[in-house]
Design a protein around this ligand. Structure first.
Ligand code: PMP
Length: 289
C-alpha cells in the first residue's frame, strides 16, 4: 500500500529503494518511541506540484527533534529541496510525505549520537474520509504537557492516539475526541478540533495540543473571511448539541462532524462555517487562492 518495487526513499543522505532499507533491531525509537516525524501534503496546482507549508512543517520537525535530543544536520530549506526531489523520483504530485527522524541502536534511556533521517511519500486519500464523522469522548486523556512535549510530534505520543481511535471504533464511532488533564476538549487523535455556536468558532488554545499547521491555516482563513474565532477552553457539554463542528489536519484536511456521543449538531454541514472553510481550504492548498 505504501510502497512497491520501484519506490525510492531518502535515507541518511542517500536515495535507495524502500525495500532495500535495513534498520538495526536495536534502534531506540523502535523500542521506546523516541523518534519525531511530520505529515505533509503536496498538491498538483496550476503552477506545478507544490508542497503545502513545507517550511512550517520542517521547522516543527526540527523543533520536535531538538526537544527529543536528536541532532539533525539539515535545515528546513534543505529538507524542502530534498522533498521536491523525492516527489520527482517517485513521480508523485498529490502526495502525502512522511519525514521520520529516529534514534540509532541504544537500549538505554539516554540520548543517542546516531540519528537517522528518512523521507518517504505515497498517494493517500483524505485520512478520515469525506463523510461526516460520529465522534465519542475518549476515556483516554491527551498526554499531560508536564509528562512530555505535547507540542512536538513525537512517535511515542501516538500510542495515546492509537488507543483512543481503537476504543472509539470498537464502540461503533468513527473517531475519538480527547480531553486534556483539566477535562477541557483538546483535540482528536490526529487532528485539531473546532466547533461553531451562534456564528462564532471556538478552538482550544495552544498548550495541551499539537500546534497544527492546518489549524493555523484555518485561523488565517477566518481572518480573511471575517469569521469570528475564539481560542478558548471549553468542555464536552459546551460542544454537544452546538451548531456544528469539524476536525482539521494535514492528512484529514477539513472534515465535518455530525455528532458527539450520538448528540447531533444542529446545522446541516452545508450551512455551517466549517463547510465554507472546507471549500476555501481546498482552494488555498490546490490553487493557492
Ligand atoms: N493533532 C494531532 C495529535 C495530530 O497528530 C495532527 C496531525 N499532525 C494534528 C493535530 C494536525 O496537525 P497538522 O495540521 O499540522 O497536520
Amino acid at each position: 500500500m505504501y510502497y512497491n518495487d520501484n519506490t525510492v526513499i531518502f535515507f541518511n543522505g542517500q536515495w535507495l529503494k524502500a525495500q532495500d532499507l535495513k534498520v538495526s533491531p536495536y534502534v531506540q525509537t523502535l523500542h521506546y518511541g523516541s523518534g519525531v516525524f511530520e505529515g505533509i501534503r503536496s498538491y498538483e496546482t496550476p503552477d506545478g506540484t507544490r508542497i503545502f507549508k513545507s517550511e512550517e512543517h520542517y521547522k516543527r520537525l526540527l523543533y520536535s527533534a531538538e526537544k527529543m535530543h536528536l541532532k539533525v544536520d539539515y535545515t528546513a530549506d534543505e529538507f524542502t529541496k530534498l522533498t521536491y526531489e523525492l516527489l520527482k523520483q517517485n513521480n508523485l504530485g498529490n502526495a502525502y510525505i512522511r519525514p521520520l527522524i529516529f534514534a540509532g541502536a541504544n537500549m538505554s534511556l539516554t540520548p543517542t549520537d546516531e540519528v537517522h533521517v528518512m523521507l518517504c511519500a505515497w498517494e493517500w486519500g483524505k485520512y478520515l474520509g469525506s463523510k461526516l464523522l460520529d465522534l465519542t469522548i475518549s476515556s483516554y486523556q491527551r498526554p499531560n504537557p508536564k509528562s512530555c512535549h505535547v507540542d512536538a510530534k513525537v512517535t511515542g505520543h501516538y500510542v495515546n492516539s492509537i488507543l483512543a481511535t481503537t476504543e472509539a471504533k470498537k464502540n461503533g464511532f468513527d473517531e475519538a475526541l480527547l480531553l486534556d488533564a483539566q477535562g477541557h476538549v483538546a483535540e482528536g487523535p490526529g487532528a485539531n478540533f473546532f466547533y461553531e455556536k451562534n456564528k462564532v468558532l471556538y478552538t482550544p488554545p495552544l498548550g495541551n495540543i499539537l500546534p497544527g499547521i492546518t489549524r493555523a491555516t484555518i485561523i488565517e482563513l477566518c481572518k480573511e473571511l471575517d469569521i469570528k474565532l475564539e481560542e478558548t477552553y471549553f468542555t464536552p457539554e459546551d460542544v454537544k448539541g452546538a451548531d456544528s463542528a469539524f476536525f482539521v489536519g494535514t492528512a484529514a484536511e477539513v472534515v465535518g462532524i455530525s455528532s458527539i456521543d450520538r448528540v447531533p449538531f444542529k446545522l446541516k454541514w452545508e450551512d455551517s462555517l466549517g463547510s465554507i472553510l472546507q471549500a476555501k481550504y481546498i482552494r488555498r492548498v490546490a490553487f493557492n487562492e
